[in-house]
Design a protein around this ligand. Structure first.
Ligand code: TEU
Ligand code: CA
Length: 543
């Protein structure tokens, strides 16, 4: 059944770092099963699971070598079936993560494809001869270096927009599209409720492969990788033939608001998309390790513009962090003095915005960025390759480490902090990734016992959103005020609420014109005429 996604409150699980059941230091499916009651206690009604398929794990499982089996480190197909049943028993839907832009180079299709120019699988990928003894064009990959890799066997290059172990699939080739439909049907038959389609914005290539004319990576993604000539056609075909009753959430790096509408359609398109305009707000020309300053005004404008563009035709996905970005409280809040206040403020924003909210594991307790002491601590291909590129430009380790600690993906991937015991209750063995040392203070067990904790505030906000349809159905209007306040109303019929968020550690006045208000929820006790540091309040507006 479609349509449920508008009422979804999604909890994102990164399996490797969620909970380890067998002491090998790696989170797994039985670990997730052991936390089903916890998920239910949060009040969420949907889980998005990052990839759990068989994978050499070059890129955290986004390099799939078998779409029909479970990564042995994560468990078995029986474990999966039990997890799905356990979720459904609790009225929680499951959204799987599917990577269809590329496979692992260890996938049998690619193993065949690389063998000879006339292999039946040759066309599953993009193979091109070199140009004047070099790569076919100048496209950079997301993870540094050129996006083409020379393969000795046939002396041709294959395309990889991500790592060289992630060759891009050729959607132009109809037999490949049929294989993809089989994968979707296999999981749909098991009863999964939907898919988050990884990097779906890049599946249709400009097959003449023109050189990029931009130095700015983000512009290259927009103009050359994403939004390709057959994207609409490919998405429509997939939706018609394989995703009929499934909710689909397209991950859309490089998509602009106007393009997004082309791909959102109840029947012949995606149910929702993830855009990245706010998530790339501080990325400079060379991406995340090349930061540029950002302002709250810009940030607010992005939310407004997307809401306007999607209107009531499409539907938005609201998120402030995931497995690819720093922790939301460290990035948009103050993870030191105002840790608790700002974590609650961001939860207020997530759960009161128009669109479907996605919360990443650990953000419900305000987990923070992890400070690596050397690049050797990084487990992420993007950081490791980024460091290689940075070295080529003469950067010192200290300089790069500072950027990686601010912007890298490792930040989101440290294990979930369950309690204050050894290894935070994540594993009884040696964790695959270091724990954030603050788990003695920031953990589920401690917060569960404290009525004022971030965790309990999260649960309250979830309940508020669930009982009041204004949060899902109401329209969204920005309200003018101090530039450091994020103010907006949600309204439906005669009912209206005002969401007021102070994104600074200074006190700021609310604008005079807001009228009579009654507080519904907030992160400070009592009322104040001024917004206190990192204060978040939702008011009911009174006539
Ligand atoms: O990410 C694709 C994407 O949007 C990239 O811009 C992303 O921000 C990435 O971190 C590169 O900077 C998806 C997955 O979420 C990511 O984990 C994978 O590495 C990537 O696709 C390749 O499958
Ligand atoms: Ca394990």
């Amino acid at each position: 059944m479609k349509g449920w996604h508008k009422k979804a409150i999604v909890y994102q699980i990164y399996p490797r770092s969620f909970c380890d059941s067998n002491g090998d230091g790696i989170g797994d499916l039985r670990g997730i099963i052991s936390k089903l009651d916890y998920m239910q206690s949060l009040g969420i009604n949907t889980v998005w699971l990052n990839p759990i398929y068989k994978s050499p794990n070059d890129d955290g499982g986004y390099d799939i070598s078998d779409f029909f089996s479970i990564q042995p480190e994560f468990g078995t197909m029986d474990d999966f079936d039990e997890l799905l049943a356990g979720l459904h028993q609790r009225q929680i839907k499951l959204v799987m993560d599917l990577v269809l832009n590329h496979t692992s180079d260890e996938h049998p299709w690619f193993q065949e494809s690389r063998k000879s120019k006339d292999n039946p699988y040759r066309n599953y990928y993009f193979w091109r001869p070199g140009k004047n003894g070099a790569e076919p064009n100048n496209w950079p990959s997301f993870f540094g270096n050129n996006a083409w890799e020379l393969d000795k066997t046939t002396n041709e290059y294959y395309l990889h927009l991500y790592s060289r172990k992630q060759p891009d699939l050729n959607w132009e080739y109809a037999p490949l599209r049929e294989e993809i439909k089989k994968i979707i049907r296999f999981w749909a038959t098991k009863g999964v409720d939907g898919f988050r389609l990884d990097s779906i914005s890049t599946i249709s290539k400009r097959i003449d492969f023109p050189d990029t004319t931009f130095n700015d990576f983000g512009q290259t993604v927009k103009a050359f990788f994403s939004n390709g000539p057959k994207l609409k056609e490919f998405i429509a075909e997939l939706s018609r033939d394989a995703c009929k009753d499934l909710v689909t959430i397209g991950e859309g790096p490089g998509l602009e608001a106007e393009d997004a509408l082309l791909y959102l359609d109840e029947k012949e398109g995606l149910s929702m998309i993830f855009h990245f305009d706010h998530m790339f707000i501080d990325h400079g020309p060379r991406g995340r390790f090349d930061p540029r300053p950002w302002s709250l005004s810009e940030f607010k404008k992005i939310f407004y513009e997307w809401d306007q563009a999607l209107g009531y035709q499409g539907w938005g996905s609201i998120f402030l962090g995931n497995h690819d970005f720093p922790r939301m409280v460290s990035r948009w809040g103050d993870d030191q003095q105002y840790h608790e206040k700002s974590a609650k403020l961001l939860i207020t924003l997530l759960l009161s915005m128009r669109g479907t909210p996605f919360i990443f594991q650990g953000d419900e307790i305000g987990m923070t960025n992890f400070v690596m002491k050397s690049i050797g601590d990084s487990k992420d291909i993007e950081t490791i390759n980024g460091w290689r590129t940075a070295q080529g430009r003469g950067w010192s380790e200290e300089t790069f480490l500072e950027k990686a600690n601010q912007a890298g993906r490792d930040n989101a991937r440290t294990p979930v902090q369950w309690d204050a015991a050894t290894n935070s209750g994540f594993t009884s063995g040696i964790s695959w990734m270091p724990l954030n040392p603050n788990f003695d203070r920031i953990n589920v067990e401690t917060q569960d016992q404290n009525p004022d904790s971030v965790l309990n505030y999260f649960k309250e906000m979830v309940q508020l959103r669930k009982v009041n349809s204004l949060f899902t159905e109401g329209n969204y209007e920005p309200v003018e005020g101090d530039e450091n306040l994020f103010l907006f109303t949600r309204g439906k019929g005669d009912e209206k609420i005002l969401v007021a968020l102070n994104f600074t550690s200074q006190e700021i006045d609310l604008p005079k014109r807001v009228g009579k208000l009654e507080k519904l929820i907030g992160n400070y006790p009592g009322n104040s005429d001024r917004m206190r540091p990192w204060e978040a309040v939702i008011f009911k507006t009174l006539p």
